[in-house]
Design a protein around this ligand. Structure first.
Ligand code: MG
Length: 404
């Protein structure tokens, strides 16, 4: 073994032992922690701006909304995270020990099913290890983030006079906030504008944003399935000089149509990533696309899938170096932090989506955001701190609790 490979082996050791090597020990420690209380509530956060239409839906408004679970144990250690559960389901957790729930190398197995974010926070804290280490600790410390909030605000009655200028000022604000990647909604001709005009406005918006941001910023587009294959190809030819990084949901995903799109991109020698899958609800949904190699980026929703299924999909891509994960995350304050934790854990995470909002309840200062990247902290659990005084004042009254 030469010196370099010896050093890199040594560097890998603490991560490997923290995640897998010390399993019996870890499971022993978890045996003594029993779930005694589960609390659920809704957390609404303010966006810095009004978010308008996309190809299919009307105004998205000024707020994000998360259902949150707090899961407490007899030792005083508590986990918190995004997740929906009924009180009946939450009651089934009471009395369970954490070693029954956490399966090293696999994920959580609990009555909460996909609503598992708080359990990862809890097990991380119980083991005094960052939750990203539970996934193996194979991702980057600084995770790429994009701003997913560039909607059709040129069409809102409030901003109609400003048109495309409104969108450009939003991009400018977001650049000032540190973003270096944007997802731009397209598909205005699906229902908000006459087809041809909508197509042209989509072209104008993307080209204007490219002109504003310069060469280095990543631009992505999402048609919310508002185009078809032919329109997509025609449209991509129109915005060839915009140098797109990724295209999402241009038309309803379909192996044959996606193959034709890939062939088209290859013929043009464009390295544009093709992304889809936010509506998927099962890991196996992606199998035909993985098999055919017609999607470059898979986008299961961070909340609808939960951590365990995201991780399962990541492991399924083990021998598919060209396919990455970039979970869908919209309407959630917590989602971007949950994605960042997953991203530092797995080897095939591409970029995380942010729906920027401000929380009175969570202290996210352990995360640093700079130049389009978020640093995921080395603290036990997922890294967000719930302010107990704010919870008591603003949330306790609407929360439900089950306890043993
Ligand atoms: Mg989408």
């Amino acid at each position: 073994m030469n010196r370099r490979s010896f050093l890199s082996t040594c560097a890998a050791l603490p991560v490997a032992s923290a995640a897998f090597g010390a399993q019996p020990n870890q499971q022993n420690r978890l045996k003594d922690l029993r779930i005694t209380r589960v609390t659920g509530f809704t957390h609404v956060c303010q966006r810095p701006k009004l978010v308008g239409y996309n190809a299919r839906l009307g105004v998205h408004g000024r707020t994000t909304r998360d259902n949150v679970l707090r899961i407490a144990t007899n030792s005083g250690v508590e986990g918190v995270g995004s997740g929906s559960a009924t009180q009946d389901v939450a009651r089934k957790l009471l009395g369970r020990t954490l070693n029954e729930i956490w399966r090293p190398g696999e994920g959580m197995n609990s009555p909460l099913g996909r609503a598992d974010h708080a359990l990862y926070d809890l097990v991380g804290k119980a083991l005094k290890t960052p939750s990203w280490r539970l996934f193996g600790g194979n991702g980057p410390e600084w995770v790429p983030i994009y701003d997913g909030s560039i909607y059709f605000n040129d069409l809102l009655p409030e901003y109609k006079d400003r048109g495309v200028k409104q969108i450009l000022s939003e991009v400018e604000d977001s650049l000032k906030a540190g973003h270096r990647a944007f997802k731009i909604k397209v598909g205005r001709g699906f229902k908000w504008m006459e087809r041809k005009q909508g197509f042209q406005r989509d072209v104008d918006v993307v080209r204007a944003i490219r002109k504003l941001v310069g060469k280095e910023v990543k631009l992505m587009v999402d048609a919310n399935n508002g185009y078809d294959l032919d329109t997509t190809m025609r449209w991509l030819d129109e915005v060839a000089d915009a140098n797109l990084y990724l295209i999402e949901e241009m038309f309803p995903e379909d192996v044959d149509q996606n193959r034709k799109l890939k062939d088209f991109l290859q013929k043009r020698r464009w390295n544009i990533l093709v992304a889809d899958g936010e509506s998927a609800r099962e890991v196996k949904h992606f199998d035909p696309y993985i098999e055919a190699g017609v999607l470059d980026v898979l986008q299961p929703d961070i909340r609808a899938f939960g951590f365990t299924l995201q991780w399962e999909l990541s492991r399924r891509l083990k021998n598919k170096a060209d396919i990455k994960l970039a979970p869908h995350n919209w309407g959630s304050f917590l989602g971007v932090y949950m994605q960042a934790v997953l991203a530092r854990g797995i080897p095939n995470f591409l970029i995380a989506e942010q729906d920027t909002a401000t929380s009175d309840l969570f202290d996210a200062s352990a995360f640093t955001f700079r130049e389009g990247r978020m640093r995921v902290p080395d603290v036990p659990g997922c890294g967000l701190v719930l302010r107990e005084d704010v919870f008591k004042k603003n949330y306790a009254a609407q929360a439900w609790t089950v306890s043993s």
